[in-house]
Ligand binder design. Structure first.
Ligand code: CDP
Ligand code: MG
Length: 134
């Protein structure tokens, strides 16, 4: 069993999609181990996205991620990291496969509704970021 992190981003909480996304992840056989709603401040959002420091989109990304509440969701499943990346779809909703969260709900490449950890190491670090006890 693997663990990974999903974040329901501010564009989605703002549209009351939290329940719909949780229903979809549970239908896809992910088990919810932890759930936390929080409004990231800009410093914390920048720290979470430190890997993107220096890229042209990072300032706007930090503003967006600190614009409203997010929901951090710790998930477990076999092959969870890869399965969740496939479940959320490509970064740009316009390029995401049909049936993925980003295809179905993403607004644009920034406001793409969800975050999913991109590897086993990243998942471990990102889970620790939001859920100290996992
Ligand atoms: O989230 P994902 O791992 O698919 O993509 P990323 O390349 O790690 O980028 C992190 C986040 O930055 C994306 O999910 C978007 O919200 C945002 N982004 C953006 O605003 N503009 C881009 N050109 C690329 C990413
Ligand atoms: Mg990423």
């Amino acid at each position: 069993m693997e663990k990974t992190l999903l974040i329901i981003k501010p564009d989605a909480t703002d549209r009351h999609l939290t329940g719909e996304f949780l229903r979809r992840v549970e239908s896809a056989r992910f088990v919810i181990l932890g759930l936390r709603m929080l409004h990231l401040d800009a410093v914390t959002a920048r720290r979470f996205y430190a890997v993107h420091e220096g890229k042209p989109f990072v300032d706007a990304l930090v503003d967006y991620m600190s614009s409203g509440p997010s929901v951090a969701v710790a998930l477990e499943r076999e092959n969870a990291v890869k399965a969740l990346r496939e479940f959320v779809g490509a970064t740009d909703p316009a390029k995401a496969a049909c049936g993925t969260i980003r295809h179905d709900f993403g607004l644009d490449i920034q406001r793409n509704s969800v975050h999913a950890s991109d590897g086993l190491d990243t998942a471990r670090d990102e889970l620790r970021f939001f859920f100290e006890k996992l």
